[in-house]
Design a protein around this ligand. Structure first.
Ligand SMILES: NC(=O)c1ccc[n+]([C@@H]2O[C@H](COP(=O)([O-])OP(=O)(O)OC[C@H]3O[C@@H](n4cnc5c(N)ncnc54)[C@H](O)[C@@H]3O)[C@@H](O)[C@H]2O)c1
Length: 259
């Protein structure tokens, strides 16, 4: 039976724009109380916009790599909205560097945002999810977390780690009925990550933007890039109807990744 999200609390990190914003909007429309977290203050504007449309939304500017700030933010969420039912760890950071030129600073940043940040948010959310009888965590890996991408070695490694993290957590919290899964999107049109990665390919491969888009679209059996709504629709399913799914890494790649 589908979960009724009415008045349940859903937290979405990285929700100032792109996929995270799409997810926050979807949870609002399903009647949830929504917490939007991002390091970018634009999240406050987006939260206010949704609030003005009549939804219950809390916006917070938080750097998810700051564990203490994350804990404080989740204490506030529980106080203002209630116990967390669903956490979508969308916030991420992509870096493109030829492997031999990867700097310690970039490795640290990629791992701190994608992996440490996800762990800190899970730990903080679990404080109110445990002993609640049900819960959902959706982590964001990538197609690059299953099959690594050239000139994106640290990002690929960080996203691969998210899959193992998801599996470990799924085992650890199954007895609390908390389902922990991750999604592995392919290239998502109109998103921050693709905007940055496609510019990187234009520079590194000396190709025009049109040719970059054509090259990567040609790799997708379904013949088009992923759309934000493809990811949102899948996360909606996981939240509402994924009651018997845990520890999975779901491809949303139009068939480009099949394992
Ligand atoms: N877009 C794609 O093609 C694609 C493909 C596969 C996986 N993903 C993953 O999906 C997720 C969303 O992708 P997107 O394209 O919507 O990303 P995006 O860059 O558009 O948005 C990510 C958001 O995370 C926020 N963020 C970054 N660092 C943060 C920090 N330290 N603390 C708090 N917030 C922080 C950013 O401010 C931004 O608003 C990411 O985890 C990404 O790695 C994206």
């Amino acid at each position: 039976m589908s979960v009724d999200l009415k008045d349940r609390v859903c937290v979405v990190t990285g929700s100032a724009r792109s996929i995270g914003l799409g997810l926050a909007q979807m949870y609002c429309e399903l009647g949830a109380k929504v917490s939007m977290i991002d390091i970018n203050p634009e999240v406050l504007k987006q939260a206010k916009r949704l609030e003005a449309e009549g939804y219950t939304v809390l916006g917070d500017v938080v750097d998810i790599t700051d564990q203490k700030a994350v804990l404080r933010c989740f204490e506030k969420i529980v106080k203002d909205l209630g116990k967390v039912f669903c956490l979508a760890n969308v916030a991420g950071y992509v870096s493109q560097q030829p492997f031999e030129k990867i700097t310690p600073e970039e490795i640290d940043k990629v791992i701190r945002v994608n992996l440490n940040g996800t762990i800190y948010c899970c730990q903080a959310a679990l404080k109110s999810m445990k002993n609640f009888g049900d819960g959902r965590i959706i982590n964001f890996s990538s197609k690059s977390g299953k099959t690594g991408s050239a000139i994106m070695a640290s990002y690929s490694a960080g996203k691969g780690a998210i899959i193992a993290l998801t599996q470990a957590m799924a085992y650890e919290f199954a007895d609390q009925n908390i389902k922990v899964n991750c999604v592995c999107p392919g290239i998502v049109e109109d998103s921050g990550v693709w905007s940055s990665v496609s510019r990187g390919y234009v520079e590194n491969m000396e190709m025009s933007m049109d040719d970059v888009v054509k090259k990567f679209t040609a790799k997708v059996p379904l013949g088009r890039l992923c759309r934000i709504e493809d990811v949102v629709t899948f996360c909606r399913f996981l939240t509402l109807d994924g009651d018997y799914c845990t520890g999975q890494a779901f491809n949303i790649t139009g068939g480009r990744e099949m394992h």
